[in-house]
Write a protein that binds this ligand. Structure first.
Ligand code: SAM
Length: 272
């Protein structure tokens, strides 16, 4: 019997209750878990797991990876996981993932987790901003978060965050997941989303590019021109709109990643 099973989860928790403060919703559908793990891992690579809980995903990550390092914040889960899975290829750390020393990994890794919803964005940014050499990140998040990260120009969910993430990664919604496959059942549906690096990192460029994108989105209801006019000379902005053939009434959420890159290039060149 697999761990992703309502019988196993209920029996193993016993008197314990799932802890809301740690965002505990356990997966109880073995097929879904197998699909996530087989897609997230590679047999010759280590997988780092965030929030293993009772081990529903861990068990399958072990099946498809070289070995697994799992970070769990809750000491009850740490104990139950170590009792439930005995495999020398599994190393469980009783630690908040936000405090984990990621610099110790010099090899290429995969990253996977059914993320605690209260700390999804900080966890993702911890990984994005680290020097980890990862092949792919595959995580279960609330559907609303995956909509925001995956949003394209023109949609309600499109934000500076979508652009930053899509500049760095190929962002793919792997599957939508019903709330029925968790115990306890959460309020909202979830999605599995993956991030695959698409370019060499250039921290200096990222810093100035992301700062520009954030400025463009400063006031969502204002036009791009109005958001930028306190930061740049108005003649320069007029020249930019003409040269890039952009309508001056355009708003930040209407521009694609490529258009942001062109704006950035123009301003870098003219400001030199
Ligand atoms: N992976 C299990 C599953 O799918 O059934 C449990 C997923 S549950 C949504 C999230 C897990 O992350 C819980 O086990 C919780 O205790 C753990 N967790 C919460 N915050 C954490 C943090 N900051 N660092 C590491 N683990 C954390």
């Amino acid at each position: 019997m697999s761990i992703a099973n309502i019988g196993y989860v209920r029996k193993t928790l016993g008197e314990l209750r799932a802890k809301k403060r740690f965002g505990q919703n356990f997966l109880i559908d073995a097929n879904i878990v197998d699909r996530i793990a087989s897609n997230a891992c590679r047999k010759d690579l280590k997988t780092i797991e965030i929030g293993p809980g009772l081990g529903a995903l861990t068990e399958m990550l072990l099946k498809y990876s070289k070995d697994v390092d799992a970070y769990e914040i809750d000491k009850d889960m740490y104990r139950l996981l170590n009792e439930g899975i005995r495999d020398e290829r599994l190393h469980v750390y009783l630690q908040d993932f936000l405090d984990a020393d990621l610099s110790k990994y010099s090899e290429e890794v995969n990253i996977c987790g059914n993320l605690p919803y209260y700390v999804t964005t900080p966890i993702l940014f911890r990984i994005f901003e680290s020097d980890l050499d990862f092949r792919k990140i595959t995580v279960m998040v609330q559907k609303e978060v995956s909509d925001r990260l995956h949003a394209s120009a023109g949609s309600e969910d499109y934000s500076a965050l979508s652009i930053e993430v899509q500049y760095l990664f190929d962002v793919k919604v792997e599957m939508n997941v019903s709330k029925e496959v968790f115990y306890p059942k959460p309020q909202v549906d979830s999605a599995v989303i993956s991030f695959t690096p698409v370019r060499e990192r250039d921290r200096e460029f990222e810093k100035s590019f992301f700062a520009l994108v954030k400025s463009c989105f400063r006031m969502r209801r204002k036009t791009l021109y109005n958001n930028l006019k306190d930061l740049y000379d108005t003649d320069l902005l007029q020249k930019m709109f003409t040269e890039l053939s952009m309508d001056q009434s355009i708003r930040a959420q209407q521009l694609s990643l490529e258009e942001y890159l062109r704006i950035h290039k123009f301003l870098e060149r003219e400001e030199r």
